[in-house]
Each structure stands twice: as C-alpha cells, then as structure tokens.
Design a protein around this ligand. Structure first.
Ligand SMILES: Nc1ncnc2c1ncn2[C@@H]1O[C@H](COP(=O)(O)OP(=O)(O)OP(=O)(O)O)[C@@H](O)[C@H]1O
Length: 576
C-alpha cells in the first residue's frame, strides 16, 4: 500500500496544477453545485408546502436548474480536456520507464519471465495506478459532500441522519473484508494472461520449428487450454467485480429503505418537512455515489498494489520509485542520436582472476579461471561441447550477473553485478546473433556512425554479396533477419562488431554457420585489421585454422582450464 501512495504522490507532484484543477472541478462541479441545488430545492418545497411560494424562489430555482447543468457540462468539458490526453502521457512515462528497466537490467541474461508476462506488465499493470489517480477526486468529492450533507441533515433530524451512516459503515466493513479477494482475482487474471501471451509469443517466434516438427496440434491444444484458463480467470474477476458492485448496491438499497421508514414516521409526526424530505433524498444520491466510489477505489488500490508488486518482483523494489521518473517522451520528434562513445586510452592488459560463475540452481558454469590477455594478443578457448566456453565469454563481458573473482581491465577491477564492458571497450559476436526487422544498415550500425562501414563490410565479406540484396544496405531483413542465411547473419554480426572500434573483440565460435573456406578467408581479414589496430581478441573455436592464430590457447573441460599453451616456446600461459 505504501508503494501505491508513493506513486500517487509522485504523479501528483509531476503536474500538481493539472491534477489540482481536475480535483477542484470534480469537487465543485459534481459536489458543490449539487449541494447548492439541494438546499434551494428544500427551500422551494418548504415554501410550496406552506403556500408561501414567491415568484422570486420559482425564478431562482428555475434559473439554478438551468445554470447548474450548464456549469457542470462546462466543468466536465474542462475536466476531460485536462485529463484525457494526460492519461496517455502518464501511461507512456510508466511504459517507457519499464522498457528502460528491461534494457538496463544488470547482466544481459534474459529477464526471468516470458515475453508474454513482460508485455502484459507493460500493457496492463502500467495503466493501473494512473486509473486510480483519476478515480480518487470523484471519491473525495462524493465523500466530502456526503459528509457535508450529513452535517446539514443532522441539524434537521439527527436520528434519521445517523441511519445514513449505517450503509456507509457496512460498505467500509465490506470493502475491508473483500479487499484480499479483489487482489486475488486481479492477480489470477494477470497470471493466466501472462501464460497465454507467453505461449502465444513463443508460438509466433518459433512457428517454423513447430511446423517442421509437426507439433502444431500439440501447441494449439496448449494454447486453447491457456486461453480457456485465461477466460475463466477473466470471467471470475468480472463476476467478482459485479458481485462486489451488487453488494454495494444492496447496501445502498437497504439504506434507502431504512431512511424512508424513519423519514415517513417523522413526517407523520411533523418532525420533517417536505423540503427536508427532498433534501434527504437528494443527499442520499451523494451517499450512494460515495459508497459506489468506495468500491471502485478499494478495488483500484488493491489492483495497483498487485500491479506494483509484479513490477517490483521483476525489476526490483527500487523500480517502483523510479516508475514515475520523467523526461521528454519525444512525442513530436525522434530523440537525438547519442554520439557514439570514443575510446578513452588503449587497453594494455586484461586479466581474469579466479573467475567463476554458476547458473542459479545448478552446479554448471565455470570455476577458478585465471589468465591474462596482453594488448593485441589473440587467445583461443577450445574444449568439448558444454565445457563452459560461452559461459566464460559471457562472464568476462559481464553478461551474467553474480560472478566470483575479478575481471581486471587495464589495472582496474570491473564491478559486478552486471557491468558489461561495452563498445568502445569490447565488441562481441555471439554464437547466435540477434537481428531485428530493420534494414541491413540499421542492423549493422544500430545507431553508430557509418565511417568504418566500408571496412566492416569488407572484413566480414559482405561486400562480395551486396549485389544479392535488391536494395543493397537498405534491404529489409525481416524479423530476426529471417531473409538472411545463417552465414550472412553471422557475418553481419561481425561487421557490427568492427564498426564499433572496440579495444577487445570477443568472438564465440563463428564457425557454426560458415563453411571452412569462407571462415579461413574471414580470419585472414580479421587478423589483418586486429594487427593494424592493436586489438586484443578472445575467441572460442576448435578449428585448427583459427587456433593457428593463437598467442595463447586454453582448453576448458567441465568449466575449468585443463591445459594452456602460449605461442612463445609453447610454455603454459600465465595463471593470473
Ligand atoms: N542459462 C543456463 N542455465 C543453466 N545452465 C546453463 C545455461 N546455459 C548453459 N548452461 C549449462 O552450462 C554448461 C556450459 O555451457 P556453455 O554454453 O558455456 O558450453 P560451451 O562450452 O559453450 O558449449 P558449446 O560448445 O556447445 O557452445 C552446460 O552444461 C550448459 O548446459
């Protein structure tokens, strides 16, 4: 609950005048003018029943009945124009920050949730606190004027007025009792949506594998089951909300009956005038609305609490506080490109000291790895399948959070968790490169300047194939580079690394998608550039034509170095 208030307060402080004006309009428009009307109606009926009706009170009431709706319509119009677009802006801020958290997540291991859950959080949970923010002024307006009304009525008939507290009290008790169930049904609906959307996104991403393995019926059945589960949870949530609504309606109805019974008794004895009766009925509307809004706001708080705890669970407690952090949303123009970082001093030596990493909940990973990479050297890691070669590279790059030991870059230990030496420190070609559905150029540069594009295309041997692409570098490559061959994707990732002019190149077994002849030529070109530029290389490969370039060669087995050789006189590489 505390988190919900923190977010609400931050939203208010972001635009206090806007929120303040809307709250004022709702309180005055829906509340204040109504109270005034009620008091005039009372006077009108009191005068009418006592046959003291004057022309001025008839005209006054008629004028008021004409003016009040007009003023209310105007305040409604102002309210809408202040709140409508703003709603989307606040949601966009929340969503943009959630994307930021995802991109700034320490380490580069995938977030521990499906894409479905992530999308559901960004789409649905992000909107919940903001909806509550707009409901609060209504609740405040109705509650405030119910209390004002009760004070006025209390002066007329204290006992009957006290009866109006009964439904209010019952509503408070009901909302306290049902609060946990509201949260439960909301969370259940969200969880089943996470599962459904996660499965849907898996199916769309891996449709080829599913088709080629004739697994469509199995996946469709799973999807149907997930959809059924989601629909049931959705229906239960809606039903529960409706049930909750009818409980409040019942409370309101029971309150009206009680009030009428008491009032009619008092009218017979002359204790209550026709005007006072009208006023009671009039304020009853406020009390009913306050009770209805109590149901909406109670549900809103509970949903916001669940939504924020889902966000905190994924991105950490601090994320809730950062959710409202705001800077330009760039709604009218694209943000300016951040200039590419430049090298700050050459890397003379990198050292790995007692480096270790364990995949959470397993005994797999790497252990006690130590070696050093002098400037412009090339280190090749070999070893059998599953030996931990990729894990070693990813640990060095800070992509796996929670390593032990040190990565010492140019004399300073890089911090963990999740510090990744990114360009211009290090460039990385993973075993399976990630591409997105832009053009070849976009995929290659990813926002970098194109001053070394030509060389990158040459080294990666993509220039030889440019004629195959109808629009050259402006050819679109489809989702995850679907229109490219595995080898083209791999070489595009190499070109991407070269453009980044890094101090350290890290290449993870690029052989998997290349034929031997292409790879031999590719390494000749890579070697030429790295020698010229003095770039240090850390490479995973079992191919002899790659190990031939090695200044030091390390063999990994079961996550440990089992042999190390250095080029000079075949002596073991230094254990740092
Ligand atoms: N995300 C993960 N969670 C748990 N275990 C993992 C994870 N990724 C890899 N492993 C395990 O860690 C060990 C080392 O994997 P790694 O990918 O580093 O091996 P590798 O030597 O690069 O293999 P290959 O030559 O097949 O690429 C393997 O036993 C693998 O099953």
């Amino acid at each position: 609950m505390r988190d919900v208030w923190v977010v609400l307060k931050a939203m208010f402080l972001y635009a206090p005048i806007r929120y303040g004006t809307v709250a004022f309009l709702r309180i005055v428009g829906y509340g204040g003018l109504g109270v005034l009307t009620g008091l005039l109606i009372k006077r009108f009926f009191d005068e009418a029943s006592a046959s003291r009706l004057t022309a001025s009170s008839v005209i006054g009431l008629a004028a008021l009945l004409l003016i009040v709706p007009l003023v209310q319509a105007f305040s409604y119009y102002l309210d809408l124009s202040l709140s409508y677009g703003w709603t989307e802006i606040i949601r966009a801020i929340f969503r943009r920050n959630l994307f930021r958290f995802a991109l700034e997540h320490p380490g580069a291991s995938p977030l521990p949730v499906s894409h479905g859950k992530l999308m559901n959080i960004i789409r649905t949970d992000a909107a919940v606190p903001e909806s509550l923010m707009w409901d609060l002024p209504y609740f405040l307006a109705y509650t405030l004027f119910s209390l004002c009304g009760l004070a006025v009525l209390g002066a007329i008939d204290a006992v009957t007025t006290a009866s109006l507290f009964v439904p209010m009290l019952l509503a408070v008790i009901a909302s306290q009792m049902l609060k946990r169930r509201i949260g439960y049904h909301y969370e259940r609906q969200q969880k089943t949506s996470d599962r459904f959307l996660g499965l849907l996104s898996d199916i769309l991403r891996h449709h080829e594998t599913i088709r080629i393995n004739s697994a469509s019926p199995a996946f469709l059945n799973r999807l149907a089951a997930a959809a059924e589960e989601r629909a049931t949870a959705g229906k239960r949530n809606t039903l529960f909300q409706a049930l909750l609504g009818s409980v409040y309606e019942y409370i309101v109805g029971a309150g009206i009956v009680l009030l009428l019974l008491l009032i009619s008794g008092n009218m017979r004895t002359g204790g209550v005038t026709v005007g006072s009766f009208t006023l009671f009925i009039f304020f009853l509307g406020y009390v009913s609305n306050a009770i209805r809004m109590m149901s909406t706001v109670t549900a809103g708080f509970k949903k916001a609490e669940s939504a924020l705890s889902r966000i905190a669970e994924l991105f950490g407690e601090e994320s809730v506080r950062k959710l409202t952090r705001h800077d330009s949303l760039y709604l009218d123009a694209a943000p300016p490109l951040t200039p590419a970082p430049t090298r700050s001093g050459r890397l003379e030596r990198m050292e790995l000291r007692r480096l270790g990493y364990r995949y959470p909940g397993t005994d797999r990973g790497i252990d006690d790895i130590g070696f050093s990479l002098p400037r412009a050297s090339i280190t090749v890691i070999t070893g059998p399948v599953g030996a931990g070669k990729t894990t070693l590279l990813r640990t060095v790059l800070g992509l796996l959070e929670g390593r032990t030991g040190d990565v010492v870059w140019h004399g300073s230990a890089l911090p963990d968790p999740g510090y990744a030496p990114v360009p211009p420190l290090a460039g990385y070609v993973p075993q399976i490169p990630s591409l997105y559905s832009g053009t070849l150029r976009d995929n290659l540069l990813l926002g970098y300047p194109d001053d070394s594009l030509e060389e990158a295309l040459h080294v990666s041997m993509l220039e030889d194939e440019m004629t195959l692409f109808p629009d050259g570098l402006d050819t679109r490559v489809g989702p995850n580079g679907a229109t490219l061959s595995g080898g083209q994707r791999q070489r595009l990732a190499i070109a991407r690394m070269i453009v980044r002019k890094a101090e350290l190149w890290v290449l993870d077994d690029i052989s998997s998608a290349l034929d031997a002849d292409t790879e031999i030529r590719l390494w000749q070109r890579i070697d030429k550039v790295r020698r010229r530029e003095g770039i240090t290389c850390l490479v995973v490969s079992n191919k002899p034509y790659v190990t031939a370039y090695a200044d030091q060669m390390l063999t990994l087995e079961d996550g440990k170095i089992v042999s190390s050789k250095s080029r000079s006189a075949d002596r073991p590489a230094s254990r740092a």
